[in-house]
Write a protein that binds this ligand. Sequence first.
Ligand SMILES: [Ca+2]
Length: 288
Amino acid sequence: MVLKVHWVEGRRPQGRNSLMSPMKSTDIERNEDLHDRDKRQSGGDIDVSGTQQQHTIDSSSCAQDSLRGRDGRDGRDGRDGEIGQKGEGEKGNAGSPGRDATDPGSVGTTYFRWGRTTCPSTSQLIYEGIVSGGHYTHKGGAVNYLCLPLDPEDLQVEAGTAGSRQYLYTTEYEINNFAPFSHLHDHDVPCAVCRVTGRSTLLMIPAKTTCPSNWTSEYRGYMMTAHHDHIHQTEYVCVDENAEARSGTAVGTDGALMYLVEATCGTHGLPCLPYVAGNELACVVCTI
Ligand SMILES: [Ca+2]
């Protein structure tokens, strides 16, 4: 018996033994039907030209070589896909304008001018105030002097003295044997808060009356702080050389106090020359 098998050229099986792959009886019958139909239409066997070809296989040899072919190798990886389209998110809000470095109002700093109610021409007054601090006989509390405004405001208050508090007092100059400040003795100390624009770096230099080159001298004066033998400590501040006394205030009531500062030299002291024992230290406040 001779079987005639058809296949579509584009589907031709691969592998040497693929032609000999076992065929189901239904496939053989379908192919016989197709061949009979084609033969009826063409009047004979189909021409090998075109998209279909006709092959003749001896069924005895097919049965002999009907072993299953070897498995094919895995196919190669597919090519990378094309880059996707750019996403469409909402545009962010515009940023705030940058600061103009040439605008003198864009940078600045502030400082306390101790002993004065006004600011020098190099700065602007924010407010004038009262120098305040802890009582010179009190052991605790903070060391810094405060520049309290003349028009204080409160949040909630508990009327009366509660005991578990720090107490603030006005500050008096304590001046002995020092001519430039002799008129200030036992008077209250004022202060001013000054704003600098166009210069943002501030430095108080002790034992100097001049600023480094290119810096602006805001004011100069004398170093003052608490008495060396008092139990309450304070900070060093630079009191203006033309310090004023707060007018209309009580004199000699003590409270917080301010004393000038002398240098020492020799054993445990500062280096003698340039420093001189007994000389009152000056100071300068500089900005750039
Ligand atoms: Ca002295």
